[in-house]
Write a protein that binds this ligand. Structure first.
Ligand code: NAP
Length: 241
């Protein structure tokens, strides 16, 4: 049976690379975006050129109602995706002493509550099917902490805890739940960072590529990874071991 993968935040960066990689693996793609409608549509054309079906789905993962309105009818009509990749994420960096309520809550709501909204909508049908792969994109910051990212590190560490708990909840139904934790990856998110200086701190002496994160997701989404659950796979050039 043809399988589908849903990727949140697929319009750019790591999410886009994951969507293309999973399409090459043979999945049809539901590509979520928040603001990048044209980018998501152009991604869908690229996926269709690979011979797969693709849908661009516009909603903010922060908005539980919008998530349900977009996904429930699609699940009803086409069935639940086999793979869900919670990739949508934002940073609002700053020292905690100066952090506003909005800087705290918007990051938690997008990165952590967004995972809750999207996964919950799909979960009942996945449980019924007794199959599925749930993958969340965390971060080095969630594993090791990083000054200036108390909000972001909390959201990304929260994803790790949530995924380990969920892995235990759904294992009996053959659903796996895993986390990929990237280090510095070349995307818009890090474009203002001092790249040369930071790359010298990475044991592998360079930033990673979005495609290198996508390859890890592809493995965890595959049938070969069926006995791996509750795992955090770091893709960080050796920054945190
Ligand atoms: P990016 O280039 O800034 O792209 C972020 C993506 O998230 C965009 O597609 C954006 O959609 C989407 N997004 C943001 N808010 C959203 C919302 N409320 N609802 C739905 N989509 C939303 O970032 P990236 O570097 O590819 O990061 C992808 C993931 O990897 C994030 O979770 C990030 O925390 C994590 N990560 C990145 C790095 C890194 O070094 N780059 C390292 C560790 C972890 P629109 O453009 O459509 O608005």
């Amino acid at each position: 049976m043809q399988r589908t993968a849903l990727i949140t935040g697929a319009s750019r960066g790591i999410g886009r690379a994951i969507a293309l990689h999973l399409a090459r693996d043979g999945f049809d793609i539901w590509a979520n975006y928040a603001t990048g409608r044209e980018a998501a549509q152009s991604l869908c054309h690229e996926i269709e050129a690979l011979g797969r079906k693709a849908k661009a789905l516009g909603f903010s993962v922060r908005d539980g109602k919008a998530v349900r309105a977009a996904l429930e009818p699609l699940i009803e009509q086409d069935g639940v995706p086999h793979v869900i990749v919670s990739n949508a994420g934002v940073t609002k960096d700053g020292l905690m002493a100066m952090m506003s309520d909005e800087e705290w809550s918007s990051v938690i709501e997008t990165n952590l509550t967004g995972f809750f909204h999207v996964t919950r909508v799909c979960l009942r049908e996945m449980l019924r099917k007794r199959a599925g792969r749930i993958i969340a994109i965390s971060s080095l910051s969630g594993e090791a902490g990083n000054a200036g990212q108390v909000n972001y590190a909390a959201s990304k560490a929260g994803l790790i805890g949530a995924c380990k708990a969920l892995a235990k909840e759904v294992a009996k139904r053959s659903i796996t739940v895993n986390v990929v934790a990237p280090g510095f990856i070349e995307t818009d998110m890090v474009k203002d960072l001092p790249k040369d200086e930071l790359a010298r701190q990475v044991p592998l002496q360079r930033f990673g590529k979005a495609e290198e994160v996508a390859a890890a997701v592809s493995f965890l989404a595959s049938d070969s990874a069926g006995y791996i659950t509750g795992h955090v796979l770091s893709v960080n050039g050796g920054m945190y071991m």
